[in-house]
Design a protein around this ligand. Structure first.
Ligand SMILES: Cc1cc2nc3c(=O)[nH]c(=O)nc-3n(C[C@H](O)[C@H](O)[C@H](O)COP(=O)(O)OP(=O)(O)OC[C@H]3O[C@@H](n4cnc5c(N)ncnc54)[C@H](O)[C@@H]3O)c2cc1C
Length: 264
């Protein structure tokens, strides 16, 4: 089975700083790591390869220095890596991010795509399902375990608030996984040695056959208008009235505190 695993480089800090002018994350001077949820995606892929054989390709989209997460993945034991990097990718929202990732994965002709359930910086959990949508693949989110691994289908356990579902999904498919899928193994010595020498293949928009208007800021439908750290006043307010009245009071409070904006 050929598996693509999407891994994202994220800042290694719980205290993410924002650039007040560009409204993007300040990455300078902050050490970067593999998105923690993507370690579970890598572990799931390694376990499937152990059970069914095959090959794993780790893919990331990011600046040139994101190649370090591909080398980390090689250290964990994946077979190949791919870095999608191009100035044209800058400022991508989740839609434009999925454009590049989906095109790259299409060219690999894989049976299975595995993503983490979300990235700890952007935190939207949109990229996995977005790739599936673009590729026309069935997808199962929040996978916590595997019951059957076959050439043509998988039977997986999907985590829900009140238990889990058992879902059969035909291949090719995309899964996003949660931590219960398995504790990530440490990198092996052999893997680390290979990672040191591994020349990470890189592709840009042209190699992916994507136009400038399909990627980066130009290919994004959403725009960050304002980003700010919420202040904690510690103020509490008890709501009174019917459910509808209390709901309306919540909306008013969110608007008053500029948490949401209501359209006209
Ligand atoms: C409106 C909007 C505007 C934005 N504008 C900018 C901007 O101007 N500049 C900027 O730097 N960022 C910007 N971002 C952030 C950027 O779009 C996201 O970081 C990116 O699209 C991934 O989304 P996410 O972090 O929410 O990932 P999620 O959807 O939470 O990630 C889920 C999974 O998808 C995979 N994945 C996600 N991203 C990648 C990746 N890059 N490579 C490989 N796999 C991945 C991983 O497996 C991950 O676990 C913007 C986001 C939004 C919503």
């Amino acid at each position: 089975m050929k598996i693509a695993v999407c891994i994202k480089q994220v800042p290694d800090t719980a205290n993410v700083k924002l650039d007040p002018e560009t409204h993007t994350l300040k990455r300078e001077g902050v050490e970067s790591i593999v998105n923690p949820f993507d370690l579970f995606a890598l572990e799931a892929a390694l376990r499937i390869r152990e059970a069914a054989g095959g090959e794993i390709v780790a893919i990331t989209m990011g600046p040139p220095q994101a190649e370090t997460v591909i080398k980390d993945a090689i250290g964990f034991g994946v077979d190949e890596g791919l870095l999608l990097s191009d100035r044209a990718f800058a400022g991508a929202d989740t839609w434009a991010t999925t454009a590049a990732l989906a095109k790259a994965i299409e060219s690999l002709d894989v049976d299975l795509v595995i993503c983490g359930k979300q990235a700890v910086d952007g935190d939207t959990a949109q990229v996995g399902p977005g790739i599936a949508q673009r590729m026309g693949l069935p997808h199962v989110a929040f996978v916590k375990g595997f019951r059957e691994i076959q050439d043509k289908h998988l039977v997986v356990e999907r985590q829900m608030d009140d238990g889990y579902d058992v879902v059969e999904v035909p291949l090719p498919a995309l899964l996003t996984v949660v931590r219960e899928v398995g504790e990530p193994r440490p990198p092996s010595l052999k893997g680390k040695m290979r990672a040191k020498k591994y020349a990470v293949p890189m592709k840009g928009a042209v190699e992916l056959g994507l136009g400038e208007n399909e990627v980066g800021l130009a290919g994004s439908f959403t725009q960050v208008v304002k980003v700010f750290a919420p202040s904690h006043s510690g103020e509490r307010r008890r709501l009174e009235g019917s459910e509808e009245e209390m709901g309306a009071q919540v909306i008013d409070a969110l608007v008053d505190n500029q948490v949401i904006m209501l359209g006209s």
